[in-house]
Design a protein around this ligand. Structure first.
Ligand code: F6R
Length: 610
């Protein structure tokens, strides 16, 4: 949800800002802009559309020249349509202060009305513009002081970058509930919403915390708390490199990330399973005694991560006998949730910046819950507010549709349920050895499935013109049905619904006719026969079925020739195995429909607004 970038140093800022914006474009891509601070004036270019439209606009601006200080923004519109005027940066009345903002200023109407009364002139419909005018209001020759004062009045969330033509040796940034990192360079420093935007230039970063303000010069970084007191911050070193955030020969990030899944699982296995079967989840931060005391678990997440949570419920209840409720984060917090003395909340989030999940976690914590997070982004807001953190270490996920983060979240939920069960004395050694052996075979199985991509591509070609899809699964694979449907709808815009197959007769069966494509997830399992009965019911009503089945299942061929076979595994692990063909199916349908797979309309990675 919007990306911000800022540079101060000796180099020409413009290419660095544009490069950073390309890396941040996944966060929002309906408009973009830059501001260069040069010769005591600010030069701004803003355009609706993608970064390439901004670059084209810049080509026509011969006056820009070279500047060593600048800020940039890629937008996902909240307040005001994606127009040139509403694009960031926004300025004060004199065009002397420019601001880029990620987040939402909840009290902007009130501030705007006050500032208008005091004579300020606004040009855009955005909430963000008030920040520039508020700083102008308090500016008496010291930008730092003006920012400190202005942000005290802002309610909501923000990561902001600020430059002033009066102080061209300074870049100021501030954060509250929106991600912000500082890149530490030699004779140059950076700010960004996310690490890939600056990784080409430095691996040294400072994670900015809520309420902090950063004053960057080319050769110094000063971090202040909200009272203006200087604080000392740790400088972290990023362990991955820029190639992890590039397409590496794949046509889309999504396809690359689908292909990364075997590697991600191997990495989870090698880092979390020691020797033949010892599970290491140190980050959980709960003693054996505390685990034994857990009365109930509430899983909180949004979107794809919520689907992972639904699988987690099956696993945790089955192995640990602890009751689990799974809640969509945005619903949980407004329902006056019941948290007991020994309730543990598991928050799942790829980005760790999803506003709904952060708000739900804060609500749970305020009611006394212990929060453990499963998260991909190291140092994210979620990681920092949690009592325990289990990182998935899947590497940056850039494609807006989540793929590798999902299977990594599932993998962590398997390990977590085995781990808790073991601590409670509920997992027999022999069973554990079997489970871990099966778990370790998953990377190879996923590799086998990826080899089937040409067949899945052909299948996609045959199903492009269906007006809608129904995805059906049962038990552990009901969430797989939800996830398959979500992947399809978000990148191809074809309406798709996921349903528990047993519920079909209670309504959705009315949808079935020869124009309806129905994807049935029917791997070998204890409820296989039930799933077959459902498939029979669909075929009797002329529905066009595509089936995900286990290799060797010849019986299933009597229903259709459209079968995606997946290698045999214990049914417990079928959610990981069955989802990969569905990711590929959605991908190829979207590609064949010429959709923008990595940046689907209206969406953004990292939903930092509620
Ligand atoms: C769908 C997708 C979204 C996210 C959701 C939560 O492909 O990516 O549904 O899963 O916005 O995001 P995180 O996991 O970052 O909290």
């Amino acid at each position: 949800m919007c990306g911000i970038i800022g540079y101060i140093g000796k180099k020409n800022a413009l290419p660095i800002l544009l490069d950073g914006l390309r890396q941040l474009e996944y966060r929002g891509y309906d408009s973009a802009g830059i501001c260069l601070a040069k010769d005591a004036s600010l030069k701004i270019v803003k355009r609706s559309g993608k970064i390439k439209d901004l670059i084209n606009a810049i080509k026509n601006r011969k006056d820009l020249g070279q500047a060593n200080l600048g800020i940039g923004h890629s937008r996902w519109a909240t307040h005001g349509a994606p127009t040139n005027i509403n694009a960031h940066p926004h300025t004060d009345c004199s065009n002397g202060i420019a601001v880029v903002h990620n987040g939402i200023i909840e009290n902007f109407v009130e501030i705007k009305e006050r500032l208008i009364r005091e004579g300020h002139k606004f040009t855009s419909e955005t909430d963000s513009e008030v920040i520039a005018h508020l700083i102008e209001e308090y500016y008496t020759g010291d930008l730092e002081k003006a920012v400190l004062k202005a942000i005290k009045y802002l309610k909501g969330s923000f990561a902001i970058g600020i430059v002033s033509s009066n102080e061209p040796d300074k870049l100021i940034a501030a954060r509250k509930e929106s991600p912000l990192v500082v890149g530490v360079g030699k004779d140059e420093n950076f700010i960004a919403s996310d690490i890939p935007a600056i990784l080409r230039y430095t691996k040294k970063v400072i994670y900015v915390d809520d309420g902090e303000i950063v004053v960057l010069k080319k050769d110094s970084i000063k971090v202040l708390d909200s009272n203006g007191k200087v604080i000392k911050k740790r400088v972290d070193t990023i362990k991955w490199n820029i190639s992890s955030a590039q397409k590496s020969g794949f046509t889309h990030f999504m396809l690359k990330e689908i292909h990364e899944q075997p590697r991600v699982l191997s990495q989870i296995i090698s880092s979390r399973i020691k020797g033949s079967s010892a599970i290491e989840l140190d980050g959980i931060n709960l003693s054996g005694a505390a685990i034994k005391r857990i009365s109930n678990i509430i899983i909180l997440a949004c979107g794809t991560a919520y689907h992972a949570g639904l699988v987690g419920k099956y696993l945790i209840e089955r192995f640990t006998k602890i009751p689990v409720a799974v809640d969509v984060s945005s619903e949980f917090r407004y329902r006056k949730p019941i948290i007991r003395k020994n309730t543990v909340v598991i928050a799942i989030s790829q980005s760790g910046e999803t506003a709904d999940t952060l708000a739900a976690v804060k609500e749970a914590k305020s009611r006394g819950a212990t929060v453990i997070s499963i998260c991909n982004v190291v140092g994210s807001s979620l990681a920092r507010v949690s009592d325990g953190i289990l990182y998935t270490y899947a590497g940056p996920e850039i494609g807006v549709a989540s793929t590798k983060a999902y299977t990594a979240q599932l993998a962590m939920l398997y390990l977590l349920s085995f781990y808790i069960a073991e601590k409670k004395g509920l997992l027999r050694k022999r069973v554990k050895r079997f489970l871990i052996k099966e778990f370790k075979s998953l990377p190879e199985i996923l590799q086998e499935i990826l080899k089937k991509k040409e067949g899945i591509k052909k299948l996609a070609g045959k199903h492009l013109n269906f007006g809608s899809f129904l995805y059906l699964g049962r038990n552990l694979n009901f969430p797989t049905a939800l996830e398959g449907a979500l992947k399809l709808k978000e990148i191809s815009y074809i309406p798709a619904e996921g349903y528990p197959a047993g519920e079909m007769k209670h309504g959705p069966i009315a949808l079935i006719d020869e124009y309806r494509a129905v994807v049935c997830i029917a791997p070998d399992s204890a409820i296989y026969e039930k799933m077959v009965s459902n498939i029979q019911e669909i075929c009797a009503r002329m529905g066009k079925v595509i089936i995900v089945a286990t290799e060797g299942d010849k019986e299933i061929r009597r229903f259709t020739g459209e079968i995606i076979y997946v290698p045999k595994t214990d049914e417990l692990f079928s959610p990981i195995v069955s989802v990969v063909p569905l990711q590929l199916l959605a991908y190829y349908i979207a590609v064949k429909k010429c959709c923008d797979v990595d940046q689907p309309r209206n969406l953004a990675k990292s939903v930092t607004v509620e």
